[in-house]
Design a binder for this molecule. Structure first.
Ligand code: 1X7
Length: 318
C-alpha cells in the first residue's frame, strides 16, 4: 500500500468507526458486532502507527488522550450557563404559567425535558471539530475537562456540519455502571460513591483521562450556547438540529400547549422515572418560542421562560 492509499484507507476507517460509535452510543442501534468493531479499530490503529502523519484528533483511536494533567485550566463561558428557578408542586407550575401569560399576553407552547441528574457541561465545536469541553462551574467560569469528555463515546469528535457551535448538556453515569463501579470499589476497599451524580462528577474531575475512560459515562445534550449561524425559531427546532448534527438528545422530550398537559407530564414521570437507566431529579419546562424567551428575559438569577420542576424526595427505603 503506498502513502496515498494509506491516507485514503485511514480516512475511510475513521468515518466508518465514528459511524459505528454513533449507531451504538447515540442511537443505541448497533449495526455491527463488537468483534467486527474491534477488528476495524485495530486496523486503524495499525495504519496510524505506520503513517503517523495521517493521524488526526477526530480519529476514534484518539479518545483517551495523553498524559494526566497536573491541574484543570479555567474556561470562561462565552454565553453564561443557566441556572433555573425551581417549582415543587402543581401550584408553583400554575404560578409560573400565570407569570408567563401576564407578560406575553397569551397562552404559549412549552417544551418539557427530563432533568438529568449529572454534571452540566458545555462542548465547543470549531469548524465542526470538538475543540473544548468545560464544566458549568459558577455559570460564567468552568474548568477545561476536554480530555475527559473526549472519552465519552456518545460525544462526537466532529459533527456533520463544519460550523462553530457550543452545545450544553448533562454528563451522567448510567445506573448499571454506577452499581458495577461501587461493587468494584467495595471489593478494593475504596469508599463507594453516594449516587450516580457524584460518581459522574468525580469521574470527570479526574486529572488522568484513563480513569474517566474506564467509567462508562454518557451524556444528553439539551441547549445551545454560542452559535454563529443561529437559524432556529424554537427550542424544539434547536433540539432537532442538534440531533441532525449527531448529538445525543433525549427521546422523552415533548411539547405541550397548556400547563395542564405539563402538569400531567410531571406526574407521569414522577412514577415512571424508576424505569430509566439513569437518574433524573425533575422536569425542565421551557417556553418553546425563542422570540418569546427573549421577550421574557431573565431575573437576576434565572430565566423567566424556564423552570425546573423538582420531584418530591423519595421515601427512604427502610
Ligand atoms: N433538558 C434540560 O434543559 C436539562 C436537563 N437536565 C438538566 N440537569 C438541566 C439543567 C439545566 Br440548568 S437545563 C437541564
Amino acid at each position: 500500500m503506498n502513502r496515498e492509499e494509506a491516507k485514503a484507507a485511514i480516512e475511510a476507517l475513521k468515518d466508518e468507526i465514528n459511524q459505528y460509535n454513533y449507531e451504538y452510543h447515540v442511537l443505541d442501534e448497533p449495526t455491527v458486532s463488537d468483534s467486527y468493531y474491534d477488528q476495524q479499530l485495530h486496523k486503524l490503529n495499525q495504519l496510524e502507527e505506520d503513517y503517523p502523519a495521517f493521524q488526526t484528533s477526530d480519529s476514534p483511536t484518539q479518545r483517551v488522550g495523553g498524559q494526566p494533567l497536573d491541574k484543570f485550566v479555567k474556561v470562561d463561558h462565552r454565553v453564561p450557563m443557566l441556572s433555573l428557578g425551581n417549582a415543587f408542586n402543581e401550584q408553583d407550575l400554575r404560578d409560573f404559567d400565570r407569570r408567563v401569560k401576564e407578560r406575553v399576553g397569551r397562552p404559549v407552547r412549552y417544551v418539557c425535558e427530563l432533568k438529568i441528574d449529572g454534571l452540566a457541561v458545555s462542548l465547543r465545536y470549531e469548524n465542526g471539530q470538538f475543540t473544548q469541553g468545560a464544566t458549568r462551574g459558577d455559570g460564567k467560569t468552568g474548568e477545561d475537562i476536554t480530555q475527559n469528555l473526549r472519552t465519552i463515546k456518545s460525544i462526537p469528535l466532529k459533527i456533520r456540519e463544519e460550523e462553530t457551535i457550543e452545545v450544553r448538556g448533562e454528563a451522567f453515569m448510567p445506573q448499571r455502571s454506577f452499581l458495577k463501579l461501587n461493587e468494584k470499589r467495595e471489593q478494593t476497599g475504596e469508599e463507594p460513591f453516594a449516587n450516580p451524580r457524584n460518581a459522574a462528577a468525580g469521574s470527570l474531575r479526574q486529572l488522568d483521562p484513563k480513569i474517566a475512560a474506564s467509567r462508562n459515562l454518557d451524556i444528553y445534550l439539551y441547549s445551545v450556547g454560542e452559535w454563529e449561524k443561529a437559524t432556529t425559531s424554537s427550542h424544539s427546532e434547536q433540539l432537532q438540529y442538534m440531533k441532525q448534527l449527531g448529538f445525543k438528545t433525549n427521546r422523552e422530550t415533548h411539547t405541550f400547549n397548556s400547563i395542564e398537559e405539563v402538569i400531567q407530564y410531571t406526574e407521569d414521570w414522577t412514577v415512571k422515572r424508576s424505569e430509566l437507566d439513569y437518574e433524573i431529579d425533575g422536569i425542565v419546562i421551557k417556553v418553546d418560542s425563542i422570540d418569546l424567551q427573549q421577550e421574557l428575559g431573565f431575573t437576576a438569577k434565572s430565566p423567566r421562560w424556564a423552570i425546573a420542576y423538582k420531584f418530591p424526595a423519595e421515601e427512604a427505603v427502610t
